[in-house]
Design a binder for this molecule. Structure first.
Ligand code: BES
Ligand code: ZN
Ligand code: ZN
Length: 487
């Protein structure tokens, strides 16, 4: 989808469809040039056929160009959170029409609740997300006719709007890349394939390099937790290291560590069939790291960021690791395996240990780590775990700004007791209660006490299960916003 910004003028633009947003009580925020279109709209509003209530849509098909009225509701309540819902409704309506190019009258919409920058960025990202389809394997997919959207803006807001659009397009490209990667079937999106995609991203940006460690290199580094999880797979494990050097040479990087389980069958602690379905999503954390770095490279942010993605497949075979195994990973900590389905934390323990090599100022890991996270927060909020208040504030601020909802979860010492093992330093499951918290507690053991670290459990938010939406690209908007604020 192509997005452009055009100056609103006293003539109607050349377009297949003019989208006119209307606030509650029929208040049109933008200015329309005098003429028949303006008159028609005024008439409909006067008759109260269209009131501007949130989500209301009405097509005027006989005007030239055709007009689609979009109800925004109360001006005070139009926060950026609401834009994605509106965008889904708008796209559903536009898809039914023979419209290739639409023009959105955005002028006049900013208010105390939402700025022009936020409006442009949020609308552009939301429309991109609504229009996205994973079409690689579905032969009967109806191609989107809509390929181009214009935002009509006043001259004085042009600079701000163009900047917002630039950011939005970088995020959209990254989100689409990540969604495609996560939606790809696991027989295609193997650890090797994921590493090749990361290398492809690195090739297209000057300040980006990608190093891929194979099993031999990982064995040398004693990354036995990564290797153990992949042991039952016919595919080779990989460690992907994407290095973006947009900042000064000496600047300490932010490390983004993403869970890259290309498929999670559960291993010998096999998942029931209903839970196994959609477990191709288990590399969404890793894919979001690749996407985030692609976006900030495109935005040319003046910071250093290193992305680390351990990529494996958690499968069953006579070679697979089993419950009762004890693993000594890269850190030297001994781990009692009580459940082979708690594999994400195992590979992340090695990746977090590996991250130390970069002396990062901050580490953020991203993982579809626990079903318990989905139970706790559903598909609305990502779970954030960190004891570093400053980092929590920064991430929650970025979540608000980007509309990528995130909730701070507890991480008290008391929970650590639940993963104490009788025969090793730690065990990989903590029992029935507080499952997402004990998983975070496990990860915390592999990060230095003084290290600024946060863990994002995106099990509920990175992938919409059982729906055509599939991968969502979250938490790319959150991470890009956080890094943007830092730069
Ligand atoms: N990949 C799953 C978590 C998951 C569940 C992601 C649902 C996305 C949607 C993870 O590896 C897992 O299986 N976790 C177990 C942990 C348990 C064995 C302690 C779980 O949540 O059941
Ligand atoms: Zn699992
Ligand atoms: Zn998993």
């Amino acid at each position: 989808m192509k997005f452009t910004i055009i100056k609103r003028t006293s003539t109607l633009p050349k377009t297949d469809c003019l989208i006119v947003p209307v606030f509650a009580k029929g208040k049109i925020a933008g200015q329309l040039p005098a003429g028949s279109v303006k008159k028609e709209i005024a008439q409909i509003i006067k008759q109260k056929d269209f009131t501007g209530q949130f989500g209301q849509l009405q097509l005027l098909s006989t005007t030239k160009p055709r007009v689609l009225l979009l109800g925004l509701g109360d001006v005070k309540e139009l926060h950026r959170y609401k834009i994605s819902g509106l965008s889904d409704m708008l796209c559903a309506a536009l898809k039914k029409l023979p419209v290739k190019q639409a023009s959105f009258l955005m002028q006049g919409l900013p208010s105390k609740a939402v700025s022009m920058f936020e409006l442009v960025q949020a609308t552009c990202c939301a429309l991109n997300n609504s229009i996205y389809q994973y079409t690689v394997y579905k032969k009967s997919t109806v191609k989107n006719r809509l390929t181009h959207i214009n935002f009509m803006i006043d001259a004085k807001e042009m600079t701000q709007a163009k900047k917002a659009l630039g950011h939005a397009v970088a995020i959209n490209n990254a989100v689409n890349l990540t969604r495609d990667l996560v939606n790809a079937p696991p027989s295609l999106a193997t650890p090797t394939y994921i590493s090749q995609q990361a290398q492809k991203v690195a090739k297209s940006h000057a300040k980006l390099t990608c190093q891929v460690l194979d099993e031999k290199a990982m064995r040398k580094l004693k990354m036995r937790a990564v290797l153990a999880v992949n042991q039952g797979s016919a595919e080779q494990a990989r460690l992907i290291v994407l290095n973006y050097k947009g900042g000064k040479t000496g600047d300490k990087p932010v490390a983004l560590v993403g869970k890259g389980v290309a498929y999670d069958s559960g291993g010998y602690s096999l998942k029931p069939a209903s839970s196994m379905e959609s477990m191709k999503c288990d590399m969404a954390g890793g894919a979001s790291v690749i996407g985030t770095i692609a976006a900030i490279a495109e935005m040319k942010l003046p910071i250093n960021v290193v992305g680390i993605v351990p990529a494996v497949m958690n499968m069953v075979s006579d070679k697979a690791f089993v419950a009762d195994d004890i693993i000594t990973g890269m850190s030297g900590t001994t781990i009692e395996v009580c459940n082979t389905d708690a594999e994400g934390r195992l590979i992340l323990s090695d990746a977090l240990t590996y991250a130390k090599k970069f002396q990062p100022k901050t580490i953020i890991d991203i993982a579809t780590l626990t079903g318990a996270q989905v139970v706790a927060l559903g598909m609305v909020n990502t779970g954030l775990y960190s004891r570093n208040e400053k980092l929590v504030t920064k991430l929650l601020t970025a979540a608000k700004q980007s509309g990528d909802k995130t909730w701070h979860m507890p991480l008290d010492d008391e929970y650590q007791k639940l993963i104490e093992s009788k025969i090793a330093d730690v065990k990989n499951v903590g029992g029935r209660f507080a499952g997402s918290i004990t998983a975070a507690c496990f990860l915390e053991r592999f990060v230095d006490k003084k290290q600024a670290w946060a863990h994002l459990d995106v099990a509920g938010t990175a992938f919409a299960m059982g729906s055509s939406v599939g991968a969502t690209g979250r938490p790319i908007p959150l991470l890009v916003q956080y890094l943007q604020n830092m730069a």
